[in-house]
Design a protein around this ligand. Sequence first.
Ligand SMILES: Cc1cc2nc3c(=O)[nH]c(=O)nc-3n(C[C@H](O)[C@H](O)[C@H](O)COP(=O)(O)OP(=O)(O)OC[C@H]3O[C@@H](n4cnc5c(N)ncnc54)[C@H](O)[C@@H]3O)c2cc1C
Length: 466
Amino acid sequence: MSKKKVVIIGSGIGGSGVGALLAHSGNYEVSLYERNKLIGGRFASYEKDGFKFDIGCHLIANCDKGALGRILTLVGHPDWVEWHYAVKPAPGINFKGKRVRFPKEIDGLGLPPEEVGKIMEFYNRALSIPEEEYDAWDKRSVYSLLQEYTKNETVRSVFSLLNRIFFVISDQETPVGEYVRCTKQMLSTRSNGYPAGGTGSVPEAYVKSIKTDGGQVFLNTPIKQIAVENGEAKGIILENGKKVEADIVISNAGNRPTVDFLVGRKHYRPEVLARLDKYEYSGCFSMIKIALDQPISDEKMVMYIGRDDMSVLDEERRAGIIPEVLTDVMAPVISNLDPKACPEGRQLIIAGGGTYPTPEKPDSAWFKKLETSLFNAVKIIYPGIEKHIMWTNFTASREIDNLFGEGGNIVGISQKIGQVGPDRPFLVDPCVKNLYHCSADSGVHGIGGELAADSALRLFELLESK
Ligand SMILES: Cc1cc2nc3c(=O)[nH]c(=O)nc-3n(C[C@H](O)[C@H](O)[C@H](O)COP(=O)(O)OP(=O)(O)OC[C@H]3O[C@@H](n4cnc5c(N)ncnc54)[C@H](O)[C@@H]3O)c2cc1C
């Protein structure tokens, strides 16, 4: 039987992941086109002065035991990525300048004993929700469930931090079902961590697998358009006008950019466009990468809570006020997770935070304020850091936007209430035959990159079942 010709637009986790799976099945002739010179989209990594950086990521949920690792196992190369778990020390919280290890140092939050009991009651309730009820619970927010147990603002600050870090949305937007599903998986696998060589090593391994299985990968090759004839995808058009014919087209560019720019809205029914236009993206992060002349910390992953005046914070966030010191910051010591991430004797720390509503036309002063606010948090997390800085590199959401579009967001279409489970964007294009969507947008479950890998696994299963 002749192989089906598949073209994939984009080498993010979704695109490279599904490409690896399809090429390995032996049923498809895979060609992948990426517009950037780096492989991996938001998961890509690059090198500067012997330091290895990621475009985005900080920590990967479930590593080899989750969706990202499952793709490698299915293509027969589980060892092509070496995972380093974030253990000894485990990820912890810095609460207003004080390191608090959970759960044994929960007293460090300064909570009265009855509040500690209420946290336990909340967890017992949430984690006992049976899987078949998750969809129903997805209509309620983590915030609203927590309020049934406690209205203590310090307790809320912890859950708010976790929701902002997992899903880059607020606790008032996070659905209970998805939060519980992801939390339970992480508690059972106990394998959050980081891949050796940077996050880019994951999509690079997928791309290597595509090539090993006879597929082709083209970098620096932007796709101008998806060729649609009589409601059917027939291939892609390159920037130079050349058409590449295909039986199946898969877009990793995100549902909305694919519809708006690669296919064209004229091919879609109004109700499909209305549904797509209603989706909201996750929040944005800004990041500061800090190269140090010597190691200053043994930590692997620190999450910083600078404030627990939650009602005031809610108001400030709504108004887009950037505080003096940013709160809800992730600050891993990347070179403690992966010693090869920097030259010997040095250290690499990355801090990220944000999710502020970005003004319509943010100017340099706005971004400078965000950078200062983020760096002020870093100085509290890692006291004395200023004395050892070789250089810093600030990446704002506008840089992410320039590279990948979609408003500089972190995850893709967010997992807020009304956008999870059966309400996720489509995997199978509803108006264009033989066109499929594969990215974090069309993934159903998981955190960050896992959502994109989930999309790849689902699409592979669907195509194989046809
Ligand atoms: C700052 C930041 C921090 C993050 N932190 C974490 C974290 O700690 N843990 C975690 O798991 N996840 C994290 N994420 C999220 C994670 O990186 C993304 O959810 C995931 O990588 C998205 O993958 P994707 O498959 O949707 O594709 P994307 O990464 O969006 O890639 C899409 C690819 O398609 C290409 N493309 C688009 N249009 C075209 C075209 N016309 N022609 C050719 N190519 C095209 C793009 O160049 C890109 O390479 C973070 C993201 C960012 C930005």
